[in-house]
Design a protein around this ligand. Structure first.
Ligand SMILES: Cc1ncc(COP(=O)(O)O)c(C=O)c1O
Length: 439
């Protein structure tokens, strides 16, 4: 991850971020389109063009706005959505529905109906109840719906347990081992409205090496052979999910996508070649690897509090409402004082948010120059799972999102106002005038 400063001020996408903070207010999410596109092109060079019969989707849960869907459309990736809201955003951005994968472990009937009606390219079915429901919906809509079955390969990935998803004890998917999968396959084979394209797994996020993906790929291919015999079924597609780690500080190397995927492809190529059958299409769906490092969040320092014998707290005007990841699962971030890039670091400080929770800590032990009120703090690698996870806790309006391309910053999400926060409130008539009289 490369950090550039000019005249002692941090720049992002070629623009002075202190000026962006002055013009647009803080907190502020700033995304670099050029960095997003660079990542997508690396996927093209080092995966899609390197291996035949491959496909890449962007996992929109990491960061989705209308503009982001348009970037993904322009760059010809597929889009993984996980809710009716994400699907609707894709639709409003004219995203080609045949390139949409609809995920989710508890999709509702209206969401499934919407996906079928819109012609979503794949529904990734999580469980038998959903399978039966989807079959009925597709039948009544007169659609032959292509699906993947999400399997749980029983692999524990080396990451925080809240972002592990492919272990035996997981709420996601149908276990790869056992009869459940055979029953699911037989069900689809007997359904006139569903067509089984193959299998999907996603084993966890922020994985720093290919080991877990390779283990899952091996587990899957060993089962594929059995399924051919036991259920008479061979997949045409295998989707290995996302989870490839992003860097969170300039001292970390940004991982090369090929280091994750070449060993996975080798596993598949060797197996299918030995079996003498064509390898299924292999699909990936990274989120954070594409957008995390492209984004920063700008905050303004509100106060600096020296607590003798404990810590120095630098309190900023945002926090867990715009970035819940540190409090949710201890995610670690790196920060700079954007207006003091040339000043030396002092003793470590703790950057804390403004929410009424002691756990609202953004960065522990940050080595920053001496901070004071009105300084602009830039937190790096917040492009994934920040805007998309933001809440309005403490009635804090969600920040605006800027997208920079070729040195031009466009607002792609307007920041919320206090009025926006009350927009969907309804006060029943009986409460409207209550208590307004004299005491
Ligand atoms: C099914 C699925 N695919 C892809 C992703 C993207 O993961 P990441 O952003 O870590 O690449 C997730 C993340 O939770 C997921 O659940």
């Amino acid at each position: 991850m490369k950090i550039v400063s000019q005249n002692g001020r941090l720049t992002w996408g070629g623009l002075d971020v202190v000026r962006l903070a002055e013009e647009h207010g803080t907190p502020l999410y700033v995304m670099s389109e050029d960095m997003i596109v660079d990542r997508i092109r690396q996927i093209r060079d080092r995966f899609l063009d390197r291996h035949e019969r491959t496909r890449a989707a962007y996992a929109s849960k990491a960061f989705l706005t209308g503009a982001m869907a348009c970037i993904v459309r322009r760059e010809n990736l597929w889009l993984d959505v996980v809710s009716g809201g994400e699907l609707h955003t894709a639709l409003l951005s004219n995203f080609p529905m045949e390139r949409v994968l609809f995920h989710g472990s508890a999709k509702s009937k209206p969401e499934l109906t919407y996906a079928v009606k819109l012609g979503a390219g794949r529904v990734v079915v999580d469980n038998m109840t959903e399978m039966e429901r989807l079959s009925d919906i597709a039948q009544s809509e007169g659609v032959l719906q292509k699906i993947l079955i999400r399997v749980s390969p029983g692999v524990d990935s080396h990451t925080h347990k809240y972002i592990q998803t492919g272990g035996l004890d997981s709420k996601f998917g149908i276990p790869l081992r056992g009869n459940g999968l055979i029953e699911a396959i037989r069900f689809v084979m007997n359904s006139a409205s569903l067509e089984l394209e193959g299998f999907h797994f996603h084993i966890g996020s922020q994985l720093k090496d290919p080991e877990s993906h390779v283990l899952a790929a091996k587990a899957l291919v060993s089962r594929v052979g059995e399924l051919r015999t036991d259920a008479g079924y061979s997949p045409r597609e295998i989707n290995v999910g996302g989870g490839f780690a992003a860097a969170f500080s300039p001292s970390e190397e940004s991982a090369e996508i090929g280091t994750f995927l070449d060993p996975v492809m080798k596993t598949f190529d060797e197996y299918f070649e030995a079996e003498g059958i064509a390898r299924p299409i292999v699909c990936i769906e990274p989120g954070r690897w594409i957008v995390s490092e492209a984004g920063i969040t700008l905050y303004r320092v509100e106060n600096v509090k020296d607590m003798p014998g404990t810590a120095t707290y630098v309190a900023v005007d945002g926090g867990m409402a715009d970035n819940p990841r540190p409090s949710l699962y201890g995610a670690e971030y790196c920060a700079f004082v954007a207006n003091k890039m040339d000043e030396p670091a002092g003793a470590p400080v703790t950057i804390v948010g403004r929410c009424c929770e002691s756990g609202d800590v953004i960065v522990r032990d940050a080595r920053l120059p001496m901070c004071e009120r009105e300084d602009i703090i830039a937190v790096l690698s917040t492009g994934a799972y920040n805007y998309s996870m933001a809440s309005r806790y403490n009635m804090l309006p969600r920040p605006a999102v800027l997208l920079i391309s070729n040195g031009i910053a466009d607002t792609i999400v307007r920041g919320e106002t206090w009025d926006d926060l009350a927009r969907y409130d309804f006060i029943p008539e009986r409460l409207r005038a209550s208590g307004q009289g004299a005491f």
